[in-house]
Design a protein around this ligand. Structure first.
Ligand SMILES: [Zn+2]
Length: 238
């Protein structure tokens, strides 16, 4: 239920008894095959080392899943597009992933981490964006504290767009969680999420909630950070 519907009910309930007609449609069906979508922009020097940029492909079906997480998938695809359009050749591979089944059990991310556990050492870093499309304030770092200093030049670049904050955290996101458990450093944009939960998982999660300018700002944060990680001269401490 969207926040404005909840507010309406609260306001009516304050005036007297409220009668509601609920149509509940969810069913639990058996598991069926589905897939992560993965694309590599090959690194020029260390193609075996991977920097992931990602969002999740599935959504709740009340709305169209524009902010959760169509925006994250679009922004992550845009990272690869921007790097190519600028004619850049990152030293490490930038891997785009649209994770399947974040919402109903994290199966895509869990399966990926299982399948790639032996190459966890070659997963240099993993980024995820899954908090809508609003203005990014900087970058969340779920890694060793020293990583924050390594990213200081990145913050300097991002500060011009109002995104220069670097914040260390225990977690950078659900889908990169299984990789974090394998000691892969994980990252996410810090997003202005003040209105996110007004729309999240409701019929109100539609494209009109997305400001193209904010979407571009998120793409800039993801692209600058991913490119910097893909070109970093030193390994990230784990
Ligand atoms: Zn999500």
């Amino acid at each position: 239920m969207a926040a404005e519907d909840a507010d309406l009910i609260a306001s009516l309930a304050a005036q007297g008894p409220v009668k509601m007609h609920l149509v509940l449609t969810p069913q639990t069906l058996p598991d069926a095959p589905s897939f992560n979508v993965i694309a590599d922009l090959k690194g020029s020097e260390h193609p075996e080392q991977v920097v992931i940029v990602s969002g999740h492909l599935d959504s709740w079906d009340l709305g169209t899943g524009a902010i959760d997480d169509g925006a994250g998938v679009a922004v992550s695809m845009e990272v690869v597009h921007l790097v190519r359009a600028l004619g850049l050749h990152p030293r490490r591979t930038i891997r785009f992933i649209a994770w399947m089944n974040e919402e109903n059990g994290l199966m895509g991310a869990t399966t990926y981490a299982q399948d790639h556990a032996a190459e966890a050492g070659n997963h240099f870093a993993a980024m995820e964006i899954d908090l809508g499309a609003d203005h990014p304030l900087g970058v969340t770092i779920a890694a060793k504290p020293e990583v924050r200093e390594l990213l200081a030049p990145v913050a300097e670049v991002l500060a011009a767009g109002g995104s220069g904050l670097l914040q260390t955290s225990e977690h950078a996101g659900a889908d990169v969680g299984p990789l974090a458990a394998l000691h892969v450093p994980t990252f996410a944009p810090i997003q202005d999420s003040r209105t996110y939960f007004n729309y999240h998982h409701t019929a109100a999660d539609t494209l009109d909630k997305i400001d193209p300018r904010h979407l571009s700002e998120n793409a800039a944060v993801m692209a600058v950070t991913a490119y910097a990680l893909a070109n970093l001269e030193v390994p990230l401490p784990r």
